[in-house]
Design a protein around this ligand. Structure first.
Ligand SMILES: [Zn+2]
Ligand SMILES: [Zn+2]
Length: 256
């Protein structure tokens, strides 16, 4: 038996109108509680895409100091020979950013374009066993209680190895805050991936990782199906320092 850890699992739905308050949401534009930030990729210089924002005080308290976390990721720079140049999957690579803000009572929304429509996240409290899912000693029953959906709290449903980042300031393992599924519109039809992105399935092979191709994006647009570029139907993981050392959180993603 393992102790349970509190967790809120999300049901993600497209919002008809933009969400303009500091709630948990995916896509749309960030609603800053302190000041507007527009991070650029440190690798390629492009403006990063806004992926989502996560409250750090409620329903779970992750920070004494910071009220919100804002997640950004480089749209990626494609190169036919070597695949994706910007390491969006790696914590502190400079190709993604988790910006933490203290609550200054504002609700600031930047001008300019955004890549994704707004997605509302409705939360349901579903505590999870406090386990490392990569630990082979845990039972299947326990592993099955760890949600692979978008969620706040709980434990990461690692698709590969446990990659809990260390805080760049204090060196301690960072605290898991949220998990984001790559498919806010729900799963794509299974055969679609085989049809349009066979190359992206080679992620674990010895050959260089090939990102989701441009052709699959056109398919998405046509069918009104958006996804975040976390490899092949991956999961993104957001962390903060439990000691509030820094106003930068960590983000990384994995795919199976
Ligand atoms: Zn980049
Ligand atoms: Zn720290």
């Amino acid at each position: 038996m393992f102790w349970k850890i509190d967790c809120f699992v999300g049901t993600v739905t497209r919002s008809i109108t933009p969400i303009a308050s500091a709630v948990f949401k995916l896509g749309g534009k960030p609603v800053f509680v302190s000041h507007v930030e527009e991070p650029k990729c440190e690798r390629c210089g492009q403006n990063m895409d806004f992926i989502g924002q996560i409250p750090l005080k409620s329903p779970l308290k992750f920070s004494k100091r910071f009220a919100m976390a804002y997640l950004f990721m480089c749209p990626g720079k494609f190169d036919e020979r070597v695949g994706l140049e910007c390491e969006t999957w790696e914590a502190f690579s400079g190709a993604n950013a988790v910006i933490l803000q203290e609550d200054h009572g504002r609700a600031l929304i930047a001008e300019g374009p955004h890549r994704y429509v707004d997605y509302e996240v409705r939360l349901q409290r579903l505590p999870e066993p406090n386990v490392d899912v990569t630990d082979e000693r845990i039972s299947e029953r326990e592993a099955a209680q760890v949600s692979e959906d978008t969620k706040i709290g709980g434990v990461p449903a690692w698709l590969q190895m446990n990659e809990t980042p260390a805080c760049p300031m204090c060196g301690l393992p960072m605290r898991f805050v949220a998990q984001i599924s790559a498919e806010p519109d729900g799963p794509l039809p299974a055969d679609t991936w085989d049809a349009v992105t066979p190359s992206s399935r080679r992620w674990d092979d010895a050959t260089p990782a090939v990102p989701v191709t441009r052709s699959s994006r056109r398919w998405d647009d046509k069918n009104n199906h958006a996804f975040f570029d976390f490899g092949d139907v991956g999961l993104g993981y957001v962390f903060v320092c439990a000691r509030d050392c820094t106003n930068r959180g960590a983000f990384l993603w994995q795919c199976s």
